[in-house]
Design a binder for this molecule. Structure first.
Ligand code: SPV
Ligand code: MG
Length: 430
């Protein structure tokens, strides 16, 4: 009987490195490719450009491949235990970095049936990631920009969104990344189009003085120059009759999700201490809004987010839970639970209760007032998306004020130079 060989691949952009590995593997026996799903890939790098089925079609047509099975995590063990291969083949680059742990697990597992790990030398100059960098290919290409947030939600345990009030901010955020622990890359996953920020940059209060139409039109600068998903803050979504038009305008701009909050009447920003004049919509009415929005979407991946204001207004965790269940049953894809407390206790309590419901939906938190809360604690408490809703606007407000004051005081700009970006840095922005 021919020997069994296992090769795990993401195979987003196929290059000669993959072919070498597969060719070597096929000389050893029948090759099963464990094709990494989006979820497995997102555990250690960016989402692939091509989705699972597209990649599968390419791999299926290769003469060195006999079978394909999905590999849903970077832990190889479940597939290895199922297949019990005689050989696992992998480039020797995984001896260091993020995949080191996977490698150790593989070695320990296949030893049980005297399986062998074969590690052809990895060629440093070829990798899908390098090719993508060179070609500036991003996973979120224009055609499926709407869908990218939904894809991320399926693939990543935690998603980080930040307010971007201009294309310039978008440009900075799009390209900002740092190396995290174990060679992983840390970055922001998408943009928040905030009603607060969009009002303030126009010199107006956050009370719907700036129309949704103006805000949607203004999105085109950000949409034109970036690729990451956009979440749009639509206040309470406006009148029932207008909601289908709102949804279609957002979809046309490539927006991935709309957030509508369950407030009525003249809008006041939720972070004001005094909310005595703020009115919450009835559960019935707002559920209807959510239903209309959900039925209006033309892209199945466009997401409707119901934002609950019970903790802002003071109607409490139980009220929030009742609302979450009703909004979820009426078509909300996610729930944003807002609070202006200094701690996330109530949010975590709500999340724990909601998690037990069969109507549970992924949760979003906006830690503006409870900014001490670390992402890892949000994650641990069933929050999948964090939105940093206003920090970049606040940072530009302070920075602009300081620079203007310095010029006013010193009667020249020299003293301010050390605290501002150099001309070179900004003229080289791409
Ligand atoms: C916004 O950024 O406009 C928001 C979040 O809606 S908050 O300001 O906290 O209400
Ligand atoms: Mg807002």
């Amino acid at each position: 009987m021919k020997k069994k060989v296992y090769v795990a691949l993401s195979a987003d952009i196929l290059h000669e490195g993959h072919i070498n590995i597969l060719k070597k593997a096929s000389k050893l026996g029948k090759v099963t490719v464990g094709l990494l799903t989006d979820k497995a890939i997102a555990e250690y790098k960016k989402l692939p450009v091509l989705n699972f089925n597209q990649r599968k079609q390419v791999i299926k047509s290769l003469k060195f491949v006999n079978y394909i099975i999905p590999q849903d995590t970077m832990d190889y063990r479940p597939n290895l235990l199922k297949l019990r291969p005689d050989y696992v083949v992998h480039g020797d680059d995984w001896k260091k970095g993020v995949l080191k742990k996977s490698r150790e697990q593989v070695l320990k597992t296949i030893k049980k049936w005297s399986g062998k790990l074969i590690e052809p030398k990895y060629t440093k100059t070829i990798s899908s990631s390098l090719i993508k960098q060179r070609l500036k290919i991003l996973p979120d290409i224009r055609d499926n920009r709407v869908a990218i947030l939904n894809r991320l939600l399926q693939a990543k345990k935690f998603i980080r969104i930040i307010e971007s009030h201009s294309a310039l901010v978008g440009n900075i955020i799009e390209n900002l990344r740092i190396n995290g622990k174990m060679n992983t890359v840390e970055e922001f996953d998408g943009f928040w189009s905030s009603s607060l920020a969009e009002s303030l940059i126009r010199g107006k209060p956050d009370n719907e003085s700036v129309s949704l139409e103006t805000r949607i039109t203004a999105l085109s600068d950000l949409a034109d120059t970036t690729f990451k998903p956009i979440i749009f803050d639509a206040d309470n979504g406006g009148r029932l009759e207008h909601i289908p038009y709102l949804i279609s305008s957002l979809e046309r701009q490539g927006v991935s999700a709309v957030v509508m909050e369950d407030k009525i009447g003249l809008k006041r920003n939720s972070l004001f201490a005094d909310q005595s004049k703020t009115k919450q919509d009835s559960i019935q009415n707002f559920s209807k809004k959510i239903k209309i929005a959900s039925e209006a979407k033309r892209y199945k991946d466009f997401l409707i987010v119901a934002r609950i204001e019970s903790l802002i207004i003071g109607t409490g965790v139980n009220d929030a839970l009742k609302r979450a269940i009703s909004y979820s049953r009426n078509g909300a894809d996610l729930i944003l639970i807002h609070s202006k407390d200094k701690t996330p206790h109530k949010i975590f309590k709500f999340a724990k209760m909601f998690k037990k419901s069969k109507y549970f939906k992924p949760l979003i938190a906006v830690p503006s007032s409870y900014s001490k809360t670390h992402e890892k604690d949000l994650k641990k408490n069933n929050i999948q998306v964090v939105i940093y809703a206003n920090q970049l606007l606040r940072s530009s407000h302070l920075s602009i004020t300081k620079t203007a004051l310095s010029i006013l005081k010193n009667k020249r700009s020299f003293e301010a130079e050390k605290n501002i970006s150099s001309v070179n840095e900004i003229i080289n922005l791409k």
